[in-house]
Design a protein around this ligand. Sequence first.
Ligand SMILES: O=C(O)CCC(=O)C(=O)O
Length: 262
Amino acid sequence: MTDDEKYLFDLTGYLVLENVLTADEVVTLNEGIDHHGDEIEPIDRSLAGDSKALAGTSRRLGLGGMLAWEQPWCEPWRELLIDPRVKPYLNEILGENYRLDHGPGLIAMDKGCEGGTLHGGGVERKSFSEAYFFKAGRIYTGLTVVEYLLADEGPGDGGVAVIPGSHKANLYCPMSMKNWEQHQNHVVEVNAKAGDAVIFTETLTHGTLPWTADHQRRAVLYKFSPGFQSYGSGAHEVSYPDYIEEMSEEQRVVMEAPHIRR
Ligand SMILES: O=C(O)CCC(=O)C(=O)O
């Protein structure tokens, strides 16, 4: 992580890393999703709340469980736990020995799909599990999102959106802004290409704008925490057969339950 990237991440709460995945990796990950297409389901509740600006004609689609998929489909997802292009960033902001908190999870949206209320924000996230602070020359983040784009998110398409700098906000974000009904000029639609990754602190106020593009939105979210900390329920549920047994030593470290690591 360069000094410029540290400055920008501290200033805005997010970074876009270009070309993290190769075109072949994007194809392989998308093929895995297509292969498990019958497991993709619309989520069980609307995420747009009562916002007219975020409303849509369908709900977001979701898919999880990729780490436990059968061989060879699971492998590219397991590799992303220790992605050498992303790991230096996580080591810097989460500390070495970061762990997978939850995920990966797919967000898929078809044209017309509703958005999701903006949430997060420095003052709204009181739990230490979502802390953001700077101390002794270092950034410290709690829950941190690595969002891999498997389809382009171009200008006006919708998708992931953030309020830059809001991870340090001292006042509550107005509901009309969380609903994307007012102050839209301060809500940044993050534009990036398939293969890029967006890293953001969950403390940043973020959400989803309605999807307007003809192609399906596909973004995959891995959420990481410092090794000693958990936002989710802690230890990962491992069903039989124990898929963690199949993982490399480096991958298993990321799957460990929260504890102080020396
Ligand atoms: O990528 C998106 O649509 C935003 C995801 C989101 O809101 C979240 O992970 O909490």
